[in-house]
Design a protein around this ligand. Sequence first.
Ligand SMILES: Nc1nc2c(ncn2[C@@H]2O[C@H](COP(=O)(O)OP(=O)(O)OP(=O)(O)O)[C@@H](O)[C@H]2O)c(=O)[nH]1
Ligand SMILES: [Mg+2]
Length: 265
Amino acid sequence: MYFVVFVGPAGSGKSHLVDAFGDWLEFNELTAIRVNLDPAADWLPYQPDVDVRDYVNARDVMEKYKLGPNGALVASVDMIADYADKIREDIESFRPNYVLVDTPGQMELFAFRESGPEVLRMIIGDSRAVAVFLIDAVFASRPASLASSLFLAFSTRLRLGLPQVVVVSKADLLDESTMNEIDEMMRDPSMFYGRLVDAGLDPMFAEAVAKAVEALLPSDSSSATVVTRFVSAVSGFGLDDLYAVVQQVLAGGEDFYTEEPNPRL
Ligand SMILES: Nc1nc2c(ncn2[C@@H]2O[C@H](COP(=O)(O)OP(=O)(O)OP(=O)(O)O)[C@@H](O)[C@H]2O)c(=O)[nH]1
Ligand SMILES: [Mg+2]
């Protein structure tokens, strides 16, 4: 049983990708379950097999404790800890190959607080897990937004302590030349530097940013746990690539899985 945890900013396409990737796995005769870990989710594009809202619902928490939406989400994520064992049992009862976990988009209230990563750690237990971090295509196509999204991905990796695959989501919105340009920016620091300066960034800062991205985003995919792929939940583009890289990280040799699964931070 492998866990694939989808993380990324609000609206980046996590829920749709959980659905589309689940369909892809099922089409390829693997079993997958969809787990909703967002206690504030209003509507989901899929029918969750395991749903945190059966235990904690942010809307009820809001009313009961007279909290605003952010306070209610924080309190709800804290409360999930009490049900983590139960959620793990629910997941195990399906005996799936893959457990696709959808997370709340308010990352500062989930990944960047104590209880979000802790809840994930409890649910994942000693199973192997990988995080898929989504960068919205619209952000990826602007140099400064791409850089800030990458730093958010790196921060998230620090918080979750999981091997991480970075994907550009909603790739159906990009033409091939834009995809190539995004790819090049991430693989060639001098090109990234040039694009950041063209976009108006101070050259010294742009240089530091390009160097930091180069250091943090290994270009050698054979040893990297952070690899970039383009995916679309709408067209299905790149889902086979996503599977290949996820599979490589999870089941490939120990070379690909050098970190403890979600260690206590
Ligand atoms: N064009 C395109 N739109 C997409 C794709 N995936 C998601 N969207 C749209 O992007 C919006 C957000 O998608 P969600 O899947 O709800 O994003 P999310 O990350 O789960 O959002 P939160 O749960 O609010 O954090 C919706 O309007 C989707 O229709 C995609 O692959 N292509
Ligand atoms: Mg969602």
